[in-house]
Write a protein that binds this ligand. Structure first.
Ligand SMILES: [Zn+2]
Length: 261
């Protein structure tokens, strides 16, 4: 395996998934990126949602509210800012932003999502693959990419796309798993020692093609011409969130990057 970030070859095995340990993830010792060997297959279809209700008291909506609160804290432009959500899913972040005065648009891979979000919330959403999406260059104050980066075959190209779409000085808000979270490290240790291995459904196939930590994300952002301004970790649980925002050991990262002026 070769590292997608720095080109180092012969990456060592880092961990496996699946009940037969058939899914293999390798780690670059130089830039810390974790790369999945996709020859054993990738499953992206498991992320389909079938219901849209931004006001429902669900765990997922609590997550969306955290995302928007972060945007509001760090990316609030003068009135009338433009926000683009790449991979907008059920549209809740767009819905929250529009309610707060942003001019919003969404892009979604699955046509089922696009239709659902348009019909239910009346939001401007189009169906496109993020990697082939052209969009309006240099037009956005904020570009959002949540739980998408780990799925993109070429993550640096995805980040470079965010840079092109942003106005100079505009910000990107991203969320993705933090592979160096405390519980992820503990799980890997227990598996290595043979004490405990996660059980997998018989039809389990990984959905992520790479995983980031702070160091590998910083490197990817820099290669794409974006400056990393904030790195926080989070959990949906409010008590854990209060801790992880300040002690960055949570299993999901929430970051702010800026296109330099
Ligand atoms: Zn590397």
């Amino acid at each position: 395996m070769t590292c997608k970030l720095c080109g180092t070859g012969g990456l060592p095995l880092f961990y496996t998934q699946g009940d037969r340990q058939q899914y293999k993830f390798y780690r670059c010792l130089r830039c810390r990126l974790v790369v999945y060997d996709t020859r054993t297959g990738v499953n992206q279809a498991k992320y389909i949602v079938s219901r849209v209700d931004p006001a429902a008291p669900t765990r997922q909506n609590r997550g969306h509210r955290q995302t928007y609160a972060f945007i509001r804290r760090h990316a609030r432009p003068p009135a009338g800012g433009r926000l683009l959500d790449l991979g907008c899913g059920d549209g809740t972040v767009l819905w929250l932003a529009r309610r707060d005065g942003w001019d919003v648009r969404g892009v979604e891979l699955f046509p089922e999502h696009t239709k659902l979000v348009r019909d239910t919330l009346g939001l401007d959403v189009e169906t496109a693959d993020i990697m082939s999406y052209e969009g309006e260059e240099g037009a956005w104050d904020c570009v959002v990419l949540t739980h998408v980066l780990e799925h993109l075959p070429d993550p640096v190209a995805g980040l470079a796309k965010i840079r092109r779409l942003l106005k100079p000085g505009g910000v990107g808000v991203l969320e993705f798993p933090n592979i160096d979270a405390f519980d992820a490290r503990l799980r890997r240790l227990l598996a290595r020692l043979g004490i405990h291995r996660r059980r997998y459904a018989p039809d389990y196939v990984p959905g992520h093609v790479q995983e980031f930590c702070r160091a590998s994300f910083l490197r990817a952002a820099e290669r794409a011409g974006l400056a990393l301004e904030r790195w926080e970790t989070y959990a949906i649980n409010p008590v854990k969130y209060a801790l992880f925002r300040h002690v960055p050991i949570g299993n999901k990262a929430r970051v702010l990057v800026r296109r330099p002026r």
